[in-house]
Design a binder for this molecule. Structure first.
Ligand code: PEP
Ligand code: MN
Length: 264
């Protein structure tokens, strides 16, 4: 079902009037993690002012170690839903377990499956039973075939609203956190009809690389971007401040993107 042979035309996912996979480039911006109502409200305001369409933020965080900040949970979903509504943005948040799919879907417009969960087949099956759009991140050691098969689980369950996200893979290089596999963008567009989103934040792990790799992703044919932005990245509650853009950088980047591809 994910294959272009089966479905030659591009899939366009329309969420409350925002089309993902269509003519316009979609920008999802926001913090790695929802922290406080004030934090997410202010960042939502900045994302909207810059021209973004979707507010990102994790309420449940998949941390490498069990003693790291794990996210604020359901409270965070509520804070983000309020900020999205107030500022006229769609919202996207990560769901890590099948049990939390319904509550996350109640509050967010798009559900994110993180890189570590790309082959959490119980989670994928559960996501196939609802119609909420899913942004499926590529596993950091997954092939394109494995990635498309993971998407297939959701599609086969009856949810056609899947977008594929390249977020960097693990290579021998340690200078960057991951290696953003730019080739994945045209390859996935050729093999599949699903929208392709790029995540240059996790794909590089370094703020100064986010802007050039965003532009490269657009040039490679990405339908959208998911970019971390924080008002106080040095004091963010996850380690992802080092890859988060400052609000001015985010706004300037979107101005530059207007020249490369039409935004809303
Ligand atoms: C995130 O988006 O903050 C995140 C944890 O992403 P990934 O699953 O790609 O590491
Ligand atoms: Mn993050």
């Amino acid at each position: 079902l994910a294959s272009r042979d089966f479905h030659p035309a591009d899939t366009v996912i329309n969420i409350k009037g925002v089309e993902i996979g269509g003519e316009q480039l979609v920008v999802m911006g926001g913090p790695c993690a929802v922290e406080t109502p004030e934090q997410i409200d202010e960042i939502a305001r900045l994302v909207k002012a810059a021209g973004g369409q979707v507010l990102r933020g994790g309420a449940f965080k998949p941390r490498t170690g069990p003693y790291s900040f794990q996210g604020v949970g359901v409270e965070g979903l509520i804070m983000m839903a309020e900020a999205g509504k107030k500022h006229g943005l769609l919202t996207i948040t990560e769901v890590m377990t099948p049990e939390y799919v319904d509550v996350c879907a109640q509050y967010a417009d798009i559900l994110q499956v993180g890189t570590r969960n790309m082959q959490n087949f119980d989670l994928l099956r559960k996501l196939g039973t609802i119609q909420t759009p899913v942004l499926l991140k590529r596993g950091f050691s997954s092939t394109y075939d494995e990635f498309l098969n993971a998407a297939e689980y959701i599609l086969a369950g009856g949810n056609p609203n899947v977008m594929l996200c390249e977020r960097g893979i693990r290579t021998f290089e340690t200078y960057t956190r991951n290696t953003l596999d730019l080739s994945a963008i045209p390859v996935l567009k050729q093999l599949s009809h699903l929208p392709v989103i790029s995540d240059p934040s996790h794909g590089t792990g370094r703020r100064e690389l986010v802007v050039p790799m965003t532009k490269a992703s657009v040039a490679a044919g990405a339908d959208g971007l998911i970019i971390e932005m924080h008002t106080d990245p040095d004091n963010s509650m996850t380690g992802d401040g080092v890859q988060s853009l400052f609000p001015e950088q985010f706004a300037n980047l979107l101005v530059d993107l207007e020249k490369l591809a039409p935004l809303l």
